[in-house]
Design a protein around this ligand. Structure first.
Ligand SMILES: *Cc1c(COP(=O)(O)O)cnc(C)c1O
Length: 396
């Protein structure tokens, strides 16, 4: 499909493969294997898998290929590989490119499982990891060295929503020959320009905005054709983290509406952040789309919007945060994000519970902090819900 179409058009048509029946909605090829016309054809295919040829679903599948092609077109990447989960994507991207003796520099503020991969797993295989404050360019510069093979960060960090300057970090990394791997979940494919800003590899948990309706786990790694087919694919197809065809179908259908959903969610997040700013019960309202956010100019330049998530910090600490969560009538207490439903999370006791107190302090994960993933409900209902729950919390 031609590359000059708008991403919103790509998200609906790119990658489509129709069977002889001419179906409108993409078919789910729920098969692990494929039949060969002859023994000679089987032999030839095992020698080299051509375009649109398949031998085993762990290596590739037509429904999965549709998803990979569609997200690559949307992201402006040469190629993509779909994975069983976001963590299969993160761990696959890193492990496939690293070897013993390599060095990695990573931002400290990360999704919990990413910390485990970087701290526990890579170290076991002789890869050294240095953690830095991701918003401090001087810290990146000081940490990146000649044997640094990769830098890794969330472009918008969970749950404190610091924004990392992709272009500036990429410049520092590329000067030393290191690859830039960006976990871009909070930016979403809708607001991402990460590849054009210097990212070599972009990773998504498709579980979040790509599905957008909380149905399935999935992930995807995007990058150059050389990296995806030459480095990542051999690792993924032999270690088993490939996406299932059924999940790929869910994610394909998710991509068709992602632009509308994410823009609506971000507009509501902006409205809610503005409405809650300065509220008596709150010590902080953190949202990159607010002019008061320390990196507001950077996020507008990098993404053009503040994203779908805001965080609020209740003055009354954990007791107030729990009273607030328990008083919600529309928002639900859970830990996914990017969903059609508004989901609220208390990071200190759930997603980030295991972090040592000093790391929580360093990252600003305070007892009163609540992450709000804004959904698709009417924004008036959401605002009323958050305000009434804050009233209840103030009386608790
Ligand atoms: C959810 C998430 C992941 C992991 O994705 P799964 O699909 O749960 O495996 C990784 N990074 C970020 C930023 C996430 O939000």
């Amino acid at each position: 499909m031609s590359n000059d179409r708008h991403p919103r058009t790509q998200a609906i048509h790119a990658g489509t493969r129709r069977s002889q029946y001419g179906e409108v909605s993409e078919a789910i090829y729920l098969t692990q294997g494929f039949v060969y016309d002859s023994a000679e054809q089987a032999e030839a295919r095992f020698e080299e898998i051509g375009p649109d040829e398949f031998i085993y679903a762990r290596y590739g599948n037509p429904t999965v290929a549709m998803f990979e092609e569609r997200i690559a077109a949307l992201e402006g990447a040469e190629d993509a590989f779909a994975t069983a989960s976001g963590m299969a994507a993160v761990s696959g991207a890193l492990i496939s490119m690293l070897k013993a003796g390599d060095h990695v520099v990573s931002a400290r503020a990360l999704f919990g499982s990413c910390i485990y991969v970087l701290e526990e797993i890579l170290g076991r295989y002789g890869v050294e990891v240095t953690f830095v404050d991701g918003s401090d360019l001087g810290a990146w510069e000081a940490a990146i060295r000649d044997n640094t093979r990769a830098v890794f960060f969330e472009s918008v960090a969970n749950p404190t929503l610091e924004v990392i300057d992709i272009e500036a970090v990429a410049k520092l990394a590329h000067a030393k020959g290191a690859l830039v791997v960006v976990d871009n979940v909070f930016a979403t494919p809708v607001f991402s320009r990460a590849i054009s800003q210097g990212a070599d590899v972009v990773v998504y948990s498709a579980t979040k905005h790509i599905d957008g309706q909380g149905r399935a786990l999935g992930g995807v790694v995007l990058g150059s054709r050389d990296f995806i087919r030459g480095t990542l694919e051999p690792y993924m197809k032999h270690t088993g983290g490939s996406m299932s065809p059924f999940t790929a179908w869910i994610m394909l259908k998710g991509l068709e509406t992602i632009d509308l959903r994410v823009r609506a969610q971000a507009a509501s997040a902006q409205t809610l952040a503005e409405a809650l700013s300065g509220h008596d019960a709150l010590a902080r309202v953190i949202y990159p789309g607010l002019a008061a956010h320390p990196q507001h100019a950077l996020v507008m330049d990098q993404m053009g919007a503040g994203g779908t998530v805001l965080s609020i910090d209740l003055k009354g600490g954990k007791a107030a945060a729990f009273a607030f969560l328990n008083a919600l009538k529309v928002g639900i207490i859970s830990n996914n994000l990017g969903d059609a439903k508004t989901i609220l999370t208390h990071p200190a006791t759930t997603t980030h519970q295991r972090l040592p107190q000093e790391t929580k302090d360093l990252l600003g994960i305070t007892p009163g902090l609540i992450r709000v993933s804004v959904g698709l409900e009417h924004v008036g209902d959401l605002k009323a819900d958050l305000l009434q729950a804050l009233d209840v919390a103030a009386q608790a």
